[in-house]
Write a new protein. Structure first.
Ligand SMILES: Cc1ncc(C[n+]2csc(CCOP(=O)(O)OP(=O)(O)O)c2C)c(N)n1
Ligand code: SF4
Length: 295
């Protein structure tokens, strides 16, 4: 009897299949290269179909990322990645929706949308590429620029207190919140896979150095501040992350918070189902008559 050795089937998509024909124009050494590479690997791990996936961004160096991914993409308007991602998810819930952008895009002009996207808890994975500066417009202070830091717009040192994006996401109602580093590929891929698989709004804050406007040692500075969560950390406790996020000079990485709650679409579907009890066999015209506003 001849023995047939079966070769295991290769996955349908390899990381390289998600690489578009567009060559990134980021500066050599920009942390965003690590983020897009991690995204190719995470997409391959999840075997996401490019034709069922959309990557949406605002404006900024980091917001160029959708152009480098072989999927649907939308490099939209400054600060508007999340409302556009929300519209896409509501109109086409079957799509995998990933939103990306910078700390300026997402926390300054787009800060209001971050609040509402977090609390609506739609199935969107939001990757915030945090270089603590406005890169594209040449180095002005952003909401994550540490207080006291000199930038092009804060010559005597940043007079404003900075915000922690993860603390904001947790208090706004995001149901999965994590922090990674663009220089730690393995952990970043794992975080992206987990965030993209999460049911609900997943927020991933990726520390991603800007070598041009934050100094070419920002990589080292960020790396020196990274700390992992301790063994036994309870990520289901909403308040547990806060002390770690408020530690000065420390950037805590890993999954800080995770909860399993209905998304906005689940809640709407629940309302629709309840409202239809007793009206199951009606025609569309009859449904419109039953639910006519009483004025
Ligand atoms: C309505 C509007 N306001 C301001 C700008 C100018 N602008 C473009 S990108 C940007 C900030 C980009 O910073 P960030 O989102 O942190 O991305 P990075 O370039 O650092 O990746 C600003 C202020 C704009 N394009 N549109
Ligand atoms: S300016 Fe900064 S954020 Fe923009 S591409 Fe260059 S290194 Fe990256």
């Amino acid at each position: 009897m001849s023995s047939v050795v079966e070769t295991p089937a290769l996955p349908r998509f390899q990381p390289g299949d998600y690489k578009s024909d567009l060559k990134p124009v980021w500066c050599a050494g920009c942390g965003d290269f690590g983020v897009v590479s991690a995204m190719y690997r995470a997409m391959a791990e999840l075997q996401l179909e490019p034709w069922n996936t959309v990557v949406v961004s605002g404006i900024g160096c980091s917001s160029r990322l959708p152009g480098y991914v072989e999927a649907y993409g939308f490099n939209s308007v400054h600060g508007r990645a999340l409302p556009i991602a929300t519209g896409i998810k509501v109109a086409k819930p079957e799509l995998n929706v990933v939103a990306v952008g910078g700390d300026g895009d997402g926390l300054a002009i787009g800060g209001n949308h971050f609040l509402h996207a977090s609390r609506r808890n739609l199935d969107i994975c939001y990757v915030l590429m945090d270089n603590e500066i406005y890169g594209l417009t040449k180095g002005q202070a952003a909401p994550t620029t540490p207080s006291g830091d000199k930038t092009k717009s804060t010559y005597f040192g940043n007079p404003e207190p900075s915000v922690d994006p993860c603390e904001l996401a947790i208090s706004f109602g995001a149901t999965w919140v994590a922090r990674g580093f663009s220089g730690d590929m393995k952990s970043l891929v794992d975080l992206m896979v987990a965030g993209m698989s999460h049911h609900g709004f997943a927020f991933l804050n990726v520390m991603s150095p800007c070598v041009t406007w934050r100094g070419d040692d920002q990589f080292k500075v960020m790396k020196a501040k990274l700390r992992s969560l301790p063994e036994g950390y309870d990520r289901t406790n909403r308040a547990a992350a806060v002390p770690y996020l408020r530690e000065k000079e420390v950037l805590t990485t890993g999954v800080l918070y995770e909860a399993h709650e209905p998304s906005l679409l689940d809640r709407l579907e629940g309302q629709r189902t309840n409202a239809m009890v007793g009206h199951e066999n009606l025609t569309t015209e009859q449904v419109l008559e039953v639910f006519k506003p009483p004025f």
